[in-house]
Write a protein that binds this ligand. Structure first.
Ligand code: FPP
Length: 253
């Protein structure tokens, strides 16, 4: 990706838009989508995977380089076991079905989050997805799974502390950049734009460090109904925002 049928350079919408390098998405509303149709919640998550496939393709075609999606949070363990198992099953199926194609398309996959506590078969697949796509650099797909922003920061602090204890790191050298290198997103640009669907206005422990200067866009649409037109709408809103990163607008007295 970008695919042959819609290269980013000649994309009819991308021409007019300044496309953010990194978009993060909280894919919310699968359960409500299913409830509204009298379907089990798991069916909403299944349709959510289809929306994810559409979104990865659209993002690649629009020239976005990094996409980070929230698939399973450290808090989602509180859900009924059947739903947790359904979400685990969907990640397994996604990797088994889509890995070869994504690899072919130049997608580099990284799974963000805590590996401990994941069932062995998932851990094996997750490692395989990362290993098989390690050499790719066309498009970066980060799937946050068993992820929590505070857990990620605490885990980074633990690794950093261990480096200090080993004598590999001088505490006086700990800067924002050094700390960042211990996070799951190490080496990646911070997200420019974060989208949350389903009408909720929260970060829900997603990318707490990385979202420091991110533009936030909230939509009422439920995740299974999300498609390229919503992604373009979010990018248009992003284009209207003025990003100052704590500075003042050029020309201000
Ligand atoms: C939030 O909707 C969504 C989730 C907790 C899971 C998101 C997962 C997917 C989109 C599919 C999984 C994709 C992979 C690759 C494993 P919700 O269940 O909280 O919906 P609700 O707020 O309407 O109840």
């Amino acid at each position: 990706m970008p695919t042959d049928d819609a290269p980013a350079t000649s994309d009819r919408h991308a021409d007019a838009l300044s496309v953010p390098a990194h978009i993060a998405i909280i894919m919310d509303g699968n359960g409500r989508w299913a409830n509204a149709r009298g379907m089990p919640r798991a069916a909403g998550h299944e349709r959510g995977v289809e929306a994810l496939r559409r979104t990865v393709e659209a993002a690649g075609n629009l020239g976005i380089r990094y996409l980070t999606v929230y698939s399973f949070s450290t808090e989602n363990w509180r859900r009924p076991a059947a739903e947790v198992n359904a979400l685990f099953g969907l990640l397994k199926t996604f990797i088994k079905k889509d890995l070869a194609r994504l690899r072919e398309e130049g997608v580099k996959i990284r799974i963000l989050g805590r590996r401990e506590g994941l069932p062995d078969d998932i851990a094996v697949l997750v490692d395989k997805a990362e290993r098989d796509t390690a050499e790719n650099n066309e498009f970066f797909l980060n799937i946050a799974f068993n992820y929590g922003g505070r857990e990620e920061i605490a885990r980074a602090a633990r690794k950093l502390g261990m480096a200090v204890a080993r004598g590999d790191l001088d505490p006086a050298d700990v800067s924002e950049d050094v700390f960042e290198s211990y996070l799951d997103t190490s080496g990646m640009p911070d997200p420019d734009l974060l989208i949350r669907t389903s009408g909720e206005y929260r970060l829900s422990n997603f990318l707490l460090w990385q979202a420091a200067y991110c533009e936030l866009v909230f939509f009422d649409v439920l995740w299974p109904d999300f498609d390229r037109s919503w992604l373009e709408k979010a990018i248009r809103i992003y284009n209207e925002r003025e990003r100052r990163f704590g500075a003042v607008t050029t020309g201000d007295a």
